[in-house]
Design a binder for this molecule. Structure first.
Ligand code: UD1
Ligand code: MG
Length: 455
């Protein structure tokens, strides 16, 4: 099918009370409009037109991809006017689908159902039956049940307002027909706007069948007008994701306290405790346990890994049999090999930590290559920054670094070396030897503590 998708996203979103255009507000870490564009992109080969107005440059800049045809609507004179800005560029033989940039959860299957009719030279509307239809356009039908038109809330009579079948705004129609109907729209209505919905009465006038697909899932048609609705949709979306994760075999201790802002691929018997925030692309192996209040972003984790409470791990690659936390911070470009241990209040940045090495307490390791079987004592700091540049620390295999040591980079501690506690290491430490820098300890025999003089 020659499909042309028009996404309306020019509105201001006044009720968001925000400097950010409404369609750029994030849902699960991605702009509302991004969700809609992704769904639209699912139709391979479809033309993608997005109508923007308020904050147009900001919106356009948020989507640098070249498959989007941006159309500016300078003044927001209504949904019909918005579609009219795009139509001249759409050939007669195409099928047009109208979507809204602020309705992010629309499902592919629903759009497919909508399209099936439009392909047969019909107009198809997505409708829903709501207990609280206030604010929506209502679907008018004749005695035989055929659709005759849509009346907007503000133009509706009392009896029309009692209709519970509403217009969701999603519509599919043949472009060849739409050209004439949209050109014929006027703004003689309560809001003085060019309503796209008036196209329906014109279709009926021209003898074109108007059909409806009625969704049973009220969430997929919900739009975002204010921050309450945004938060409501976020919870709804997270619930869907949590259910998908559980169906895929992941244990979520509390699906209501689970936030996935990206994609998660997990092996068998993964357990995720409460308040985990998972961002970007994540891959977890078998039997991974994520403790409470953990933030994970763009990270790959092997099998049998335990991440204890309150860790933040970003852009890291973690092997198997690793234990991290509680309270550890693993920063970008860190690789932890198999069976490493990283304990509480440890920060690691841009470093390779070799298999079986342990950094268990209160340390900073940055710009470091560390070999196998290393033990880093509590309070060890790699001094990687001289105020101007970053320098590397190289630590060999089977090294033992005593507690409270500073390794002033660039510096190398060779295989099997031992560094005495409390040392400041500024030159390379040779393999297999004990190196330490420490003021000699002295005891002053008979020394007395000062006492306060009595006045
Ligand atoms: C519209 C429908 C109504 C439907 C409701 C569903 C019309 C006339 N009415 O009403 O039947 O029940 O959606 O939510 O179509 N937009 C533009 N340019 C404009 C005007 C709007 O791009 O000039 C965009 C908005 O940014 C928004 C969408 O179109 O994404 C809908 O506009 P909105 O003003 O919310 O329409 P409603 O009055 O809610
Ligand atoms: Mg609206």
């Amino acid at each position: 099918m020659n499909l042309s998708i028009i996404i309306l996203a020019a509105g201001q979103g006044t009720r968001m009370r925000s400097g950010l255009p409404k369609v750029l507000h994030p849902l699960a870490g991605r702009p509302l409009l991004g969700h809609v564009i992704e769904t639209a992109r699912g139709f391979a080969g479809a033309e993608l037109h997005v109508v923007i107005g308020h904050g147009a440059e900001q919106v356009r800049a948020a989507f640098p991809e070249t498959d989007i045809h941006w159309v500016i609507q300078d003044q927001q004179l209504g949904t019909g006017h918005a579609v009219a800005q795009v139509l001249p560029g759409i050939a007669d033989d195409r099928v047009v689908v109208v979507m809204y940039g602020d309705v992010p959860l629309i499902r592919r299957a629903t759009l497919d159902a909508l399209l099936a009719d439009a392909a047969r030279d019909k107009v198809c509307l997505l409708t829903a039956e709501l207990d609280q239809p206030t604010g929506y356009g209502r679907i008018m039908r004749d005695e035989t049940g055929h659709i005759t038109g849509i009346v907007e809330e503000k133009d509706a009579s009392d009896s029309q307002r009692r209709i519970r079948e509403i217009n969701t705004g999603f519509m599919a129609a043949p472009a060849g027909r739409l050209h004439g109907w949209v050109a014929a729209l006027d703004n003689n209505n309560a809001q003085g706007e060019f309503y796209l919905t008036d196209v329906i009465a014109l279709a009926v006038r021209d003898g074109v069948t108007v059909s409806a697909v009625t969704t049973q899932d009220p969430h997929e048609i919900l739009g975002v007008n204010d921050r309450l609705q945004l938060a409501g949709l976020e919870r709804c979306y997270q619930r869907q994701q949590a259910e998908a994760c559980m169906h895929a075999g992941i244990t979520l201790i509390d699906p209501a306290r689970f936030d996935l802002r990206g994609t998660l691929l997990a092996g068998q018997d993964v357990v995720i405790d409460v308040n985990a925030v998972l961002e970007g692309d994540l891959v977890l192996g078998d039997r991974v346990t994520i403790g409470p209040n953990v933030v994970l972003r763009d990270t790959r984790i092997g099998n049998d890994v335990t991440v204890l409470a309150n860790c933040v791990i970003e852009e890291a690659t973690i092997g198997s049999g690793v234990r991290i936390g509680p309270f550890a911070r693993i920063r970008p470009e860190t690789r932890l090999a198999d069976h490493t241990h990283v304990g509480n209040f440890v920060e690691i940045k841009k470093s390779d930590i070799g298999a079986g090495s342990k950094i268990n307490h209160l340390s900073y390791v940055g710009d470091t290559s560390m070999g196998r079987g290393v033990n880093i004592g509590a309070g060890t700091i790699t001094c990687n920054y001289d105020g101007a540049s970053k320098h590397r620390t190289v630590i060999g295999n089977d090294v033992f670094i005593g507690s409270d040591t500073q390794l002033v980079a660039p510096v190398e501690v060779r295989d099997g070396a031992t560094i005495g506690a409390g040392s400041t290491i500024t030159r390379d430490a040779p393999a297999g030897e004990l190196t330490l820098s420490r003021a000699p300890q002295e005891t002053r025999k008979g020394w007395q503590r000062p006492v306060k003089k009595k006045s």
